[in-house]
Design a protein around this ligand. Structure first.
Ligand code: FAD
Length: 399
């Protein structure tokens, strides 16, 4: 390969560039990013940036040594695939390639209505929202997911009057199910945040939210945190197989009508990759995958054998707590509690037989680190020992 283009200047894009060079690719390399900023990390946007602790989350990359044509503020508008290679069309012209990395991430979902609504995806979103988080501002947050909880945390600390409106019966219901999510509901009240579950928003209007069924919630600011969708619009007409995300195999190779293309990979929030571990397609919107998966995608593009077989991991900092999750529990058979969720620190463990499928930890980082190893290795565990928070999690492994 002599001309590789990476489309998308988020963490996955930068990591793809670094990995390609690290693995010895010496040809031309272009990184296209719709944003004008150098690639930056997003997790701090709803945490340290909103809290006013930092403005800078730029990814530390050795740009001079990487030898990349870094094109900021240039959006890919379409993709043409030839028998081998093809061309990316941008607002500035057409760029031919013989290797392509698709890393265009995801964009927030917005709600109907003509009123002003904010989302939180970019550094600009975060800095603009931060300006408005002043004492007494009535902030309505739609969605009690990860982003909603983190913004509520920062806004309450700044003295805003925060109401979180959630259509499901509990916070985090989409991610963890209502039963588990409801364990976090008391955190809102403790922080002085009004949580209204089971309430659907019909539209965002000037001055507040129109609720389904006729209610009204007055607000000075509205932040919508109801999830994201992969950024695929520019791939319309390319012929690539798209579902919810760019369909890839376990090595991040894309396909056209079910036939794999070895010269194009997709990675990060935009990729729906095949997991051999779980025997299903995965679409995770997690920093850890954007950090680590591009190494596999780069190896694949360079013709090496590589597969991504890592259990998902993410974290959230909300209401003064560190919440971490590792694994995948959709098909797990049972739940074991390690500690009382009414207390400050606890862990939930999902099991199938004596296999640990996933954990959710609240301020128990050692459990998380040890569980990640057990999940990766697939070693059987003793559920009774697992249920005892006084026993280190790693000691629950059966010998
Ligand atoms: P993105 O970061 O979305 O980057 C994609 C880039 O591609 C963007 O710059 C975009 O502008 C650009 N682009 C899109 N379309 C085009 C185009 N057509 N042409 C050129 N460029 C294009 N994860 C965690 O695990 N823990 C957390 O605590 C956490 N907190 C988060 C907080 C916030 C506020 C947000 C927004 C996300 C958070 N995440 C967290 C998720 C994590 O940040 C994402 O999983 C990660 O950023 C995905 O990286 P990516 O490179 O795949 O996509």
């Amino acid at each position: 390969m002599e001309r590789v283009i990476v489309v998308g200047g988020g963490l996955a894009g930068v990591r793809a560039v670094e990995s390609l060079r690290g693995k010895g690719y010496r040809g031309a390399l272009t990184l296209l990013s719709a944003e004008r900023h150098r690639p930056y990390d997003r997790p701090p946007l709803s945490k340290a940036v909103l809290a006013g602790e930092t403005d800078a989350t730029t990814v530390d990359a050795a740009w001079d040594e990487l030898g990349v044509d870094l094109r900021l503020g240039e959006r890919a508008t379409s993709l043409r695939l030839d028998g081998r290679g093809g061309a990316v069309r941008t607002e500035a012209g057409e760029l031919p390639f013989d290797g392509l990395v698709i890393a265009t991430g995801a964009v927030p979902i917005t709600l109907p209505g003509d009123g002003p609504q904010r989302v939180l995806r970019t550094i600009d979103d975060s800095l603009a929202l931060r300006e408005r988080l002043t004492e007494g501002t009535r902030l309505a947050i739609v969605g009690a997911g990860w982003i909603g909880a983190e913004v509520a945390t920062a806004a309450a600390k700044k003295g805003c009057a925060v109401t979180v409106v959630e259509a499901a019966d509990a916070p985090l219901a989409n991610a963890l199910g209502a039963e588990i999510g409801s364990l976090t509901a008391p955190w809102y009240a403790e922080a002085g945040v009004a949580l209204r579950t089971g309430v659907k928003v019909a539209s965002v209007e000037a001055g507040g939210l129109a609720l389904a069924g006729g209610g009204w919630l007055a607000a000075d600011e509205v932040l919508v945190g109801v999830g994201v969708r992969p950024e695929l619009a520019w791939l319309d007409g390319s012929g690539l197989d798209l579902e919810r995300g760019v369909v890839t195999d376990a090595s991040f190779r894309v396909s056209v009508d079910g036939t794999v293309r070895p010269d194009v990979v997709a990675v990060g929030d935009c990729a729906a990759w095949w997991s051999r571990r779980y025997g299903r397609r995965m679409l995770v919107e997690h920093w850890d995958a954007a950090l680590n998966a591009p190494d596999v995608a780069a190896a694949t593009l360079l013709g090496q054998d590589a597969e991504y077989d890592t259990a998902p991991y993410f974290w959230s900092e909300q209401f003064g707590r560190m919440v971490q999750y590792a694994g995948h529990h959709a098909e797990a058979e049972r739940l074991v509690r390690r500690g009382d969720p009414g207390e400050a620190q606890w862990t939930l463990c999902w099991l199938t037989g004596d296999r640990l499928d996933a954990v959710l930890t609240v301020d128990r980082p050692k459990d998380l680190v040890q569980a990640k190893r057990v999940i990766a290795a697939g070693t059987p565990v003793d559920a009774a020992l697992l249920a005892d928070p006084g026993v280190p999690l790693r000691q629950a492994v059966k010998r």
